[in-house]
Design a protein around this ligand. Structure first.
Ligand code: SF4
Ligand code: SF4
Length: 286
């Protein structure tokens, strides 16, 4: 069983469109929506909820980057190795002991409130989906993401499925770390803007820190071919496989409005491109 997560440095780059398209193309898979702060994969997949569970978790440490002087004391004492060298807490490893918050000399660490929310197992026309809804005003979503992934894995194992297709969290916070750790491939979707490249670079660094193999896709590449060229060079310089470029296509928006994946909605060039990318991923992701 292989796990692939689609992520982006920030929201709105076409991450969910691609996840939905892969969900339509892949055989024998379970989907996991780990964008728990702003889940919208359900708009495409229209799940029929089979199981509903309340989620409660303990506390997790948060480091305020503005206050942190990078003295390293917290890292030294954390016996769960939950704080990485960039002073970001891995929410899966953090046991919520709060020891770090006591030793921090500048009070940069606070313990996050209990996460609460709900998670669901649903049926969709493409197969099972595990998804979640975070409670209002909750900021610590990493553990909920970990829960969604754990359940998806259990389903994949019990039903002998080949793929777990994950719609990852955007950004570089704790929920994205929880979405990418342990996957076989993180597929970063970016748009051809300098800020898009910058955001992609940040999330790629996070993935590299957790030893997650990364591939990249440029969405709407034809909106700025000059920057697309820069992204290509960036990939070459950093040994990141560029698995494909998708052109701007207003059919994607129309498909979304109809609650369909682009694979179901049209037989045009975009469908062809994404199918090509998926076939490539099937061969390359180990
Ligand atoms: S102990 Fe506090 S100041 Fe020192 S690295 Fe950790 S968070 Fe930053
Ligand atoms: S709360 Fe405990 S486990 Fe979590 S980062 Fe701090 S020291 Fe490590």
């Amino acid at each position: 069983m292989k796990q692939i997560v689609v992520i982006s440095g920030k929201g709105g780059t076409g991450k969910t469109v691609l996840t939905g398209a892969f969900a339509a193309l892949a055989k024998n898979k379970v989907m996991a929506d780990c964008d728990v702060d702003a889940a919208d994969l359900h708009l495409l997949l229209k799940p029929r909820i089979k199981e509903r569970h309340i989620f409660k978790s303990g506390v997790t440490a948060f480091i305020n980057k503005e206050l942190c002087t990078q003295c390293g004391k917290c890292r030294e004492i954390c016996r769960f190795d939950a704080i990485n060298k960039n002073f970001i807490v891995d929410p899966i490893s953090c046991e919520g002991c709060a020891f770090c918050s006591f030793v921090c000399p500048v009070k940069a660490i606070k313990m996050g409130e209990n996460t609460s929310g709900e998670w669901f197992i649903s049926d969709t026309r493409f197969g099972p989906l595990v998804h979640a809804k975070l409670g209002i005003a909750e900021e610590n979503s990493g553990k909920l993401v970990a829960q969604v992934r754990q359940k998806a894995k259990e389903i994949a194992e019990s039903e002998n499925l080949d793929w777990i297709i994950i719609d990852g969290s955007p950004g570089i916070g704790c929920s994205v770390i929880a979405s990418i750790t342990g996957v076989n491939c993180a597929l970063v979707v970016t748009e051809p803007t300098l800020s898009g490249l910058h955001d992609a670079d940040r999330v790629i660094r996070v993935a590299a820190h957790f030893n997650v193999p990364v591939k990249l896709i440029v969405n709407k590449y034809d909106l700025n071919e000059e920057i697309t060229e820069k992204i290509k060079k960036y990939c070459q310089n950093n040994s990141i496989p560029l698995v494909g470029k998708i052109g701007f296509d207003e059919l994607i928006v129309r498909a979304m409005v109809k609650g369909k994946s682009i694979i179901e909605y049209s037989d045009g060039e975009t469908k062809e491109k994404i199918t090509e990318i998926w076939n490539k991923l099937q061969k390359e992701v180990k």
